[in-house]
Ligand binder design. Sequence first.
Ligand code: GDP
Ligand code: MG
Length: 302
Amino acid sequence: MTTVATFRCGYAAIVGEPNVGKSTLLNAVLRQKLSIVARKPQTTRQRVLGILSTDEAQVIFLDTPGLISPKYLLQEEMLKHAEGALTDADVVVVLTDVSRSAELPAEVLQRISPLKARKPLILVLNKVDKVYKPTVLPMIDRFAKLELFQEIIPLSALKRDNLEAFVRSVEQALPVHPPLYPTDIISEQPERFFVAEFVREKIFEQFREEIPYSTAVDIREFREQKDKKKTFISADIIVERDSQKGILIGSGGESLKRVGSEARRDIERFLERAVYLELTVKVREHWRDDEHALKALGYRAE
Ligand code: GDP
Ligand code: MG
């Protein structure tokens, strides 16, 4: 049974600075929106696991929050999630946005350099669609001089350019191991996690400045209704201050309605069924620095 003896399986952590396209890459590879994406940095707060199964391999991708210097407890927890993923991973995929910089920042280098002796590191140069093509090869040469990476792969997660080469490299870098998950599932987080994330994404899209960063979403109820065809979902949107609550609701409830209707569209597509979504805005002062609140919201890294 040669197929069994050569099957590869393991964890691949996707790490890098905020906003380089980590979540976009995960979604592109899995062909499903699993991890929320936004123009703003620091959207992803936890590890998001995405499982890609083929005949030859099973890659368990861990999307992570960006590697940053934390300023509040939530950011500390976010960083712990990213560092935990680095520890657990069999392969580390380091992502960089070539349209922004041709170098890796200290926050990233400092965390990945010590791993070189222990596990394969793959560098992905993302957003090549945004740069003049002839600049890519010299960039690859420059990164190769760091002598950190087993492979350097230029791609565009957004345009789905060169994704196959990326997946093949990750698969080849994994240990020979039977699959760890059933081959027909693509994630292990419960549906309610994704529902909360879709609501959070709309807040990231529709509000400015500190609002998205001060917001959490807590699913209170999630039930199938026997008589009705719709799934009933009730969620609290938690903010830090009264003034933020007012902005989120908007005059006549307009803003909150827009969040709800756009989130509902994504949730229905994800769950493949009709949904009734009820949103309530609540104030919980300083929740981002409150250990209990972070734990209740599922943001504590073990
Ligand atoms: P993360 O913070 O690293 O997870 O980054 P996201 O996946 O949330 O993406 C940040 C922004 O970069 C979003 O606006 C994406 O649409 C954009 N983006 C991601 N990948 C690409 C790419 O390959 N090309 C371009 N032009 N934009 C991209
Ligand atoms: Mg992300």
